[in-house]
Design a binder for this molecule. Structure first.
Ligand code: ADP
Ligand code: MG
Length: 236
């Protein structure tokens, strides 16, 4: 063919993207927007953790990811960096509605993700919201229809998908299922299935979990398309 390197990679079945960034150790070595690099600098996140090094290049290339890494390994940025970059690359604006959903098992974890997103995304022109209940649902429903990135607990998200007029995620670009094992352990399996049913199928999905259980694999096969499997077990 016209590109011997590409042909060789195809033969070796090594994804080109992976080869290109396989040596990247710092966020600054990745092809990221200035706004994201600015947010990372503000958060003092310079060197990537192992799961970030392994997952982010695949996610930036648009692939679905099934990532397993223990608590404290840096999974939050492993999905938030690809989320904000995807919307940046799509020239997502405040008028475009919901472009990304992050589903988290508990309010506390959702709040932590939201705090990281606030720092990471501060220089992007995107509106982010928390959907975790505990507030007036009507008021929350009016607010979230105008948001671009929502960090949600499963029950509250499904409630809005079912009941809030004007809240639709038809343009959804990226779905993140964080701590999928815990979501399932907490009994949200049916809720998750109903959420998946209500969302468009053409989207990128990033599924993270601390452990790989049978339930997680079943959820992965329902929600992911030809995912990259990434397991990080060593110290990061
Ligand atoms: P996990 O979701 O895997 O449990 P977190 O995303 O919550 O892990 O990150 C755990 C801790 O590591 C947090 O305090 C976070 O700020 C920090 N952290 C994550 N990524 C980096 C990084 N690249 N550089 C420095 N600290 C990081
Ligand atoms: Mg986490």
């Amino acid at each position: 063919g016209a590109n011997p390197l590409r042909d060789e990679l195809a033969e070796l079945r090594v994804p080109e993207e992976r080869l290109r960034y396989v040596s990247a150790k710092k966020f600054a070595e990745l092809p990221l927007s200035r706004a994201t690099l600015g947010g990372l600098a503000r958060g003092k996140w310079a060197r990537m953790t192992e799961i970030q090094r392994a997952a982010i290049p695949h996610a930036l290339a648009g692939r679905d990811v099934l990532g397993a890494a223990k608590t404290g390994s840096g999974k939050t940025l492993a999905f938030l960096v690809p989320v904000v970059e995807k919307l940046f690359r799509e020239k997502w604006s405040r008028l475009d509605g919901v472009g990304a959903l992050v589903v988290s098992p508990t309010r506390e974890l959702a709040l932590q993700i939201f705090e990281v997103l606030r720092v990471l995304g501060a220089q992007h022109d995107l509106a982010a919201g928390l959907v975790i209940g505990g507030k007036d649902k009507g008021e929350e429903g009016q607010r979230i229809a105008r948001m671009n990135i929502l960090v949600c607990t499963p029950g509250r998200l499904l409630q809005h998908l079912d009941e809030t007029a004007g809240f639709e995620c038809n343009g959804l670009q990226v779905l993140v299922l964080d701590e999928a094992d815990r979501i399932l352990d907490l009994g949200f399996k049916a809720t998750l299935l109903a959420i998946l049913d209500a969302l468009p199928r053409t989207r990128q999905t990033l599924l993270f979990s601390a452990t790989q259980t049978r339930d997680v694999r079943a959820l992965a096969s329902l929600s992911l398309k030809q995912p990259q499997y990434i397991g990080v077990h060593e110290h990061s």
